[in-house]
Design a protein around this ligand. Structure first.
Ligand code: OAD
Length: 240
């Protein structure tokens, strides 16, 4: 895969989904062991659910936050960070709310669906960072209730991040890693690349609605797919 990546000469962005963090022990949403097989999104991941029962929603997010805080970035996260450092990758656009790309060393990370380690006050809008999962329903210093700073079903994606993502995908090849490519608008981002004459690579052990449009498909788990890339770039010191 490194040869393909090198052939793009730095005109490359990554679009990641839950599958890249699956190898770090963070559950995906769909599929046999997916979160949406065990929990009902309408009870946990909508604003209505939060208004009805903020305690329950926060319990669920605190449980997931704990999983993220104790997880470690895997070879795929680390390879992407090194590719950025070497000038071969411009940015990571992620649907994931975890912080594993940042912890692996990626600098330019665009979070389309928010961040699980942040909360946002419903009154004053202040964003706060959690060092550990909150117990109960956290309150802002202004007295307002704090919600998880993530995008829920029925909510808009953050405008600035979406614009940056569309712009990047319109001007670069895209490597799509570990997403079922069924949630819009993220799933359509690689089409901007295709329309502008750039290529799409997919890294996913399973077929997705994007697969037939891809120029290269790597049917492996993310950590396994990036093993060789990581080994090669770690060895090449002055590689550009
Ligand atoms: P999904 O759970 O829908 O899909 C995970 C994808 O990862 C599937 O296509 C799997 O085949 C693939 N996969 C599983 N293990 C993998 C591995 N080890 N390496 C590589 N790929 C693997 O997750 P997303 O596509 O990220 O939205 O879901 C998109 C959005 O739906 C999420 O951001 C979330 C969810 O509802 C919000 O919370 C707004």
């Amino acid at each position: 895969m490194l040869d393909i990546i090198k052939s793009f000469k730095g005109r490359l962005v990554a679009l990641t989904g839950a599958g890249i963090s699956a190898d770090s022990g963070i559950p995906t949403f769909r599929g046999k062991d997916g979160l949406w097989n065990r929990y009902r999104p309408e009870e946990l991941a909508t604003f209505e659910a939060f208004s009805r029962n903020p305690k329950l929603v926060w319990e669920w997010y605190s449980w997931r936050m704990e999983k993220v805080f104790t997880a470690k970035p895997n070879k795929a996260h680390i390879a992407l960070a090194l590719l950025e450092k070497k000038g071969l990758l411009k940015a990571v656009i992620t649907q994931n709310v975890d912080n594993l790309h940042e912890r692996a060393g990626s600098k330019n990370v665009i979070h389309l669906h928010g961040r699980i380690d942040e909360g946002r006050c419903l009154e004053c809008g202040k964003v706060i960072k959690f060092e550990e999962p909150p117990k109960g329903v956290p309150k802002c210093e202004c007295g307002g209730i704090i919600r998880p700073n993530v995008v829920w079903f029925g909510e808009m994606l953050p405008e600035k991040e979406l614009k940056i993502a569309v712009d990047l995908c319109s001007r670069n090849n895209v490597i799509v890693i570990g997403t079922s490519a069924v949630v819009q608008p993220a799933a359509s981002l690689p089409l901007f690349a295709k329309r502008s004459g750039y290529k799409i690579i997919e890294v996913n052990p399973n077929e997705t609605p994007l697969s037939s449009l891809c120029d290269y498909v790597v049917r492996k788990r993310a950590a396994e797919a990036f093993e060789d890339v990581l080994e090669a770039i770690s060895e090449e010191e002055d590689f550009q």
